[in-house]
Write a protein that binds this ligand. Structure first.
Ligand code: NDP
Length: 288
């Protein structure tokens, strides 16, 4: 029977550490880190995500700046707001909540955010730094997954690591972070011929697909660390992961629940990136 990894508690501890570090920064420099969150349109799920991010900012002692723009906002208007925030010395992080309403170009937006303020770590410059293993900013969800793996005490080095999913925001950067810690990494996707054959080799298995219950207990190596990134909403409104929790927990050594696993870590890592961005900018004399 697997040990359940409590992402909620681990994320709360990380936020507490950030709060203490932030208080020290403010006491020593008088500067308060600030995160600007832009929400375009009125998608209810996005509004909830934005509210949670604002709350987390307030909890750790950051200034939370919120920009709510109507769905009819033009690309030029959005570009202009990003340019203003890029130039604002008192803003450390800029986050544009995705998805954007139709007619707005997400790629263009991600490229427009200054890499030093790209706290989601989506800009190709920062993605490249992750590949090189030397960036200030880390991709939030994959970094949260690494923290959860670290919490088990299982070392990644030399282990068979399997990532299911190859998206730019989760699967690909996840594989890079595992590689950085000397894991032997295999990435699976929709064209993988025999998924179960690969996942059964994994000492560390990360599922980031978006298909409820895709990974069943018989696809898991006994004792493996299983991290479930997936968020799937069932017809009953309940959230489930990509891993069939009931069968997987009988086989795995460690497993994350959904909800309460990776989800809380993503926001905690966003706070960490904002603090790191502020510290890096201050070190360069840029914080106002
Ligand atoms: P994407 O849809 O961008 O990517 C899904 C990936 O899964 C693709 O690479 C796809 O392969 C692969 N895939 C699809 N079907 C299969 C299959 N049958 N077997 C193997 N691989 C398959 O999703 P994201 O990476 O953005 O998100 C993945 C999940 O994680 C979602 O449920 C999302 O909601 C959740 N998520 C959770 C976060 C959190 O904070 N907890 C944060 C971000 C995401 P191919 O490339 O071939 O199409």
């Amino acid at each position: 029977m697997a040990t359940i990894i409590d992402g909620k508690a681990i994320a709360a501890q990380i936020r507490q550490n950030i709060k203490e570090e932030t208080a020290q920064l403010i006491a020593s420099t008088g500067y308060t880190p600030a995160l600007a969150v832009i929400l375009v349109g009125d998608d209810p799920a996005s509004a909830v995500y934005v509210r949670n991010k604002q709350r987390a900012c307030e909890e750790v002692g950051f200034r939370a700046l919120e920009y709510r723009l109507p769905a009819a906002t033009t690309q030029q208007e959005l570009d202009a707001l990003i340019d203003t925030l890029n130039a604002d010395g008192a803003v450390d992080g800029i986050l544009v909540q995705l998805p954007l309403p139709r007619g707005l170009d997400e790629q263009r937006v991600l490229l427009r955010i200054s890499p030093e303020k790209d706290v989601d770590c989506f800009h190709p410059y920062n993605v490249g730094r992750v590949m090189c293993g030397d960036g200030v900013l880390a991709p939030c969800t994959p970094m949260g997954v690494m923290e959860l793996i670290h919490s088990t005490g299982v070392s990644v080095s030399g282990k068979e690591c399997v990532v299911v999913g190859r998206s730019n925001i989760v699967g690909k950067p996840q594989s890079m972070l595992l590689l950085r810690e000397n894991g032997t990494v295999t990435v699976c996707h929709s064209k993988t011929a025999d998924l179960a054959e690969v996942t059964r080799r994994a000492d560390i298995l990360v599922a980031a697909v978006g298909r409820a219950g895709l990974i069943t207990g018989d696809m898991i190596k006994p004792g493996a660390v299983v991290i479930d990134v997936g968020i799937n909403r069932g017809a009953d409104g309940k959230l489930t992961g990509d891993v069939d929790f009931a069968s997987a927990k009988e086989v795995a050594g460690y497993i994350t629940p959904v909800p309460g696993g990776v989800g809380p870590m993503t926001i905690a890592m966003l706070m960490q990136n904002t603090l790191r961005a502020a510290q890096a900018r201050m070190a360069e004399g840029k914080g106002e």
